[in-house]
Ligand binder design. Structure first.
Ligand SMILES: [Zn+2]
Length: 537
């Protein structure tokens, strides 16, 4: 006898096969027993008439690890139909951990403070495996596929400093990453755009890449530049994959800045050619034309060295402040004045100045010369303690659609865990990535067939990560299954709107247990920490 029989469903199995099949799915325990035609009885039968059934979505690019201990249920992910998240992205993972303060500094600068400082948990761990066990113990709502962040490992070795690492420190860094891979990390992420990644020397990165090549470990990268030098950066990463022989994942691929419109056509062609050449390269994107990160990325790198307090002290010091202002207005690579002017920046979360949440930065700074506005920006940063996450409207909508339409593009959320009780006006991707992708780009714009769209968020990311028993519906696979109503799919809040859940996910099973039931969250918490083993878990 089965535990569950889902009948009358339109089934997409998550593979490259775009055709749907009408029938049933049987589940026994945490495993799929059969798909299509199922004889036999079950303890529970679910009539899925009018619903699409497919593997629970897999988010290849998630920052859920940053607050999983504070919000283990992961409700925004469940309500998006996500059963599995690949965490530890953009160079930031919760382990290995140096000091808690350093991790806060890292999180502040790269994600606008996604690691909660009021955390209701003990910062007792140091190593990667230790952290994974802790997450397993609190029973997460979704499956966690942890990657290890280069920035975190670097911080554990030498703190949040700008100085290049010496030979011994590089060796310690490589050992920490190697330990994490041995303990089951699915790969190493880098965030060379952010401190401390941007402080890394060539010798340091060569040592890391050598390890990745030797272990054939996935390298997911938030590239050094996604705007004026995006083409050069993609070329550099392809060359690194060729030289060192590691599988490459370019994270949240895009071209930021008005004058970089259309560059993704060049980069996608480069990636296609790299694949033709036999290189193991892949990429992902989120289905929105705005990015989101900590507001402090608007400052020059050197302003961020040493963490938040050091940054605020620099803004209080008249001489340093003048130098920073000059640098921001003169430096062609600085984000603030040219590539992403205050007119294109929206404040998403700002605990100290809640009235500014959902407002455009241009509105907050008012009119005036670039010098005056930059000064006001510094004052504003001091007023909010540098604690704000912002939304940057820096991409072209048709570029985003183009990347999504290309064969091989995987969809990721680049989000953390959130719930509607949260403050502010978060980037809509936090609540809506997967329903929005299916609704807007697949069902409305028809850029992909529904079968192909589902493949891009199930079987394709599973294959990319080397995850063998999830992401497809077949007998023997884990019973991670989502049932959604295509006519009711909705991505939740728009830009500047308060948090709310996405709509249209009717049922979600994680390891055979209902996590969403008739559109409502259960409190099952049936996720697991999945570690990479030589056979692929
Ligand atoms: Zn990133």
């Amino acid at each position: 006898m089965y535990d569950l029989l889902i009948r009358n469903a339109t089934i997409y199995d998550g593979t490259e096969n775009e055709e749907a099949l009408h029938g049933a799915i049987a589940i026994a325990g945490d495993t799929i027993a059969s798909v299509g035609h199922c004889d036999g009885t079950a303890r529970r039968t679910l009539d899925a008439d009018g619903l699409v059934a497919c593997p629970a979505f897999i988010d290849i690019h998630s920052h859920a690890d940053l607050n999983i201990l504070a919000k283990p249920t992961a409700p925004n992910y469940l309500k998006m139909g996500v059963g599995t998240v690949a965490t530890g992205q953009c160079g930031i993972s919760m382990a290995p951990l140096g000091t808690t303060e350093e991790l806060f500094a890292l999180s502040k600068n790269s994600t606008g403070g996604a690691v909660p400082e009021d955390a209701r948990f003990q910062w007792t761990w140091r190593g990667f495996g230790e952290f994974c066990r802790l997450v397993e113990e609190i029973r997460p709502g979704v499956n966690i596929l942890p990657m290890v962040g280069h920035g975190s490992a670097r911080t554990a070795v030498s703190g949040f400093r700008k100085e290049p690492l010496g030979g011994e420190d590089i060796a310690r860094l490589v050992n920490l990453l190697d330990d994490a891979l041995r303990e089951g990390a699915w790969g190493v992420s880098t965030g060379l755009f952010y401190p401390p990644g941007c402080f890394s020397s060539e010798a340091e990165m060569d040592a890391v890449f050598r390890l990745l090549g030797r272990r054939k470990a996935l390298h997911a990268t938030h590239m050094r530049d996604e705007s004026d030098f995006v083409v050069e950066c993609v070329a550099e990463n392809i060359a690194l994959a060729r030289r060192w022989g590691f599988p490459l994942q370019i994270s949240h691929h895009k071209a930021s800045g008005r004058k970089n419109r259309g560059k993704v056509r060049t980069t996608m062609e480069m990636l296609r050619r790299a694949r033709d050449e036999g290189l193991d390269v892949a990429w992902d994107a989120y289905p929105y034309h705005a990015s989101s990160t900590g507001i402090t990325i608007c400052l020059p790198d050197r302003a961020l060295e040493g963490g938040k307090e050091a940054m605020l002290a620099r803004l209080r010091d008249p001489d340093t402040r003048t130098a920073l202002r000059r640098e921001m207005l003169e430096n062609p690579h600085s984000i603030f004045p040219r590539e992403s002017p205050p007119e294109s920046i929206m404040i998403a979360n700002c605990p100290a100045l809640p009235r500014d949440q959902g407002r455009m930065l241009s509105d907050i700074l008012g009119n005036g010369s670039p010098e005056e506005r930059t000064e006001r920006f510094f004052d504003w940063l001091l007023a909010c303690g540098g604690d704000a996450r912002a939304i940057f409207f820096a991409m072209d909508e048709e570029d985003v659609a183009y990347v999504i339409s290309r064969p091989g593009t995987i969809i990721g959320s680049d989000s953390r865990i959130a719930d509607p009780a949260d403050d502010g006006a978060p980037h809509p991707r936090v609540f809506g990535t997967f329903p929005r992708f299916l609704r807007h780009f697949v069902l409305e714009r028809n850029l992909l067939s529904l079968g192909e769209g589902i493949h891009r968020i199930t079987g394709l990311p599973a294959k990319r990560l080397g995850l063998r028993d999830r992401g497809v519906l077949r007998p023997g696979a884990r019973a991670d299954i989502v049932l959604f109503d295509p006519s009711r799919l909705d991505g939740g809040p728009g830009f500047g709107e308060p948090p709310r859940f996405a709509e249209g996910i009717v049922h979600l099973f994680v390891n055979g247990v209902a996590a969403v039931e008739e559109g409502r969250l259960t409190s099952s918490r049936s996720g697991r920490v999945c570690l990479k083993t030589s056979t692929g878990t």
